[in-house]
Design a protein around this ligand. Structure first.
Ligand SMILES: NC(=O)c1ccc[n+]([C@@H]2O[C@H](COP(=O)([O-])OP(=O)(O)OC[C@H]3O[C@@H](n4cnc5c(N)ncnc54)[C@H](O)[C@@H]3O)[C@@H](O)[C@H]2O)c1
Length: 331
């Protein structure tokens, strides 16, 4: 049996997903949809997708689908997920879950009968997976500290070609929500913990935009671990993401580039492999979503699992406004 899925939003990330979908054996991209009809048609031609739509409602009404993949601006995450769920479709929703925790909680409440997954694909990155499993199995002992750096660079075209990125109303936030939330999501999953409070600063350098292009935050989890995160899209030269984990028994350092590496210090750990095969984390995330829908094998990020990252981001944003330590919804 194959999963019939439509791609909704034929922009930046959808191109990678359409390409990688070819390497996921039981997945068929049977339709695509974009509010921009030319973009939708070009995308369909490029990826040999048989049916093309420029209206989401028409796609849901007319096409025989098991699932939709939603790669749209953040303000559409909640309404489009709800529409698909009402029609009984499974949803693979691009991250973040929503613009803020109120929307995220509403989404979780209203789709509880449906399978909705959030594509935080770093959970399927082989080194990040191995590190998370080592943390979960207690190989590093009690975890005291996680330090994440996301020193990225975005060109002017990032805001010009997808203008919703500029708007706080449409995106809900800048680099912390759009980029660094991947690694906050990873951290709460690795720790099997939730954010309790946070402090942070945000700034908007280099571009005339409403969202932050630089954020520094510290989050304390319910169990007491301190997570420090620096996220930027204004580094003059993009560098690798790094994650440092310090525990009572040992430490670990993850780097994504130039080569994916994971080094343990003070402990010997046999690295666990991700549950699905594939050459890219995004591909494994897609394959895992397919296995969830067709075989009921758990997907690592059902919607409710994506809420802690959103709660942490929201608390950092609030702290940046108030200048105080802010509690999360998990206080
Ligand atoms: N998982 C990842 O690593 C990753 C990477 C990049 C982006 N993303 C996420 O993917 C989502 C999309 O980001 P992007 O960078 O591809 O944005 P984008 O602007 O390049 O693409 C969004 C597309 O949605 C279309 N669209 C807007 N309104 C629509 C509607 N009502 N119906 C149908 N299509 C509509 C736009 O025309 C555009 O083509 C965001 O949630 C973003 O955070 C995830």
């Amino acid at each position: 049996m194959k999963l019939r899925m439509a791609i909704v939003g034929c922009g930046e990330i959808a191109g990678y997903v359409a390409f990688l979908a070819r390497f996921v054996p039981r997945l068929r991209i049977t339709a695509c949809c974009d509010i921009d009809p030319d973009r939708a048609s070009q995308f369909a031609r490029r990826h040999r997708i048989p049916a093309v739509y420029s209206e989401y409602d028409a796609l849901l009404d007319r096409e025989l689908l098991d699932a939709v993949y939603l790669a749209v601006p953040h303000d559409l995450h909640l309404p489009m997920t709800l529409k698909a769920a009402e029609k009984g479709k499974a949803v693979l929703l691009e991250k973040p879950l929503a613009r803020n925790t109120a929307e995220g909680q509403e989404l979780i409440r209203r789709v509880s009968a449906n399978k909705v997954g959030v594509n935080y694909q770093y959970r399927y990155d082989s080194a990040a997976y191995a590190l998370a499993r080592a943390v979960q199995k207690g190989e590093l002992g009690e975890i005291y500290s996680i330090v994440v750096q996301v020193p990225w660079h975005r060109e002017r075209r990032y805001f010009e070609e997808a203008s919703w990125h500029r708007s706080l109303e449409r995106s809900g936030g800048g680099t912390l929500l759009t980029q660094a939330s991947h690694f906050l999501d990873w951290a709460f999953w690795a720790l099997r913990d939730k954010p309790q409070s946070a402090m942070g600063y945000t700034a908007s350098f280099a571009f005339a935009v409403e969202v932050e292009t630089l954020a520094h935050g510290v989050v304390q989890t319910q169990k007491g671990t301190l997570i420090s995160i620096v996220s930027s899209m204004v580094c003059a030269k993009e560098e690798s993401v790094s994650i440092r984990v310090d525990g009572q028994a040992g430490s670990a350092i993850y780097r994504e580039k130039p080569l994916l590496t994971l080094k343990f210090q003070g402990v010997k750990v046999k690295a666990e492999k991700p549950p699905l095969r594939g050459f890219h984390a995004l591909q494994r995330s897609l394959a895992a979503f397919v296995a969830w829908i067709l075989d009921d094998r758990p997907y690592l990020i059902p919607a409710a699992e994506a809420l802690p990252a959103l709660a942490a981001v929201e608390a950092i944003y609030r702290s940046a406004q108030t200048g105080k330590r802010e509690s999360t919804i998990y206080r």
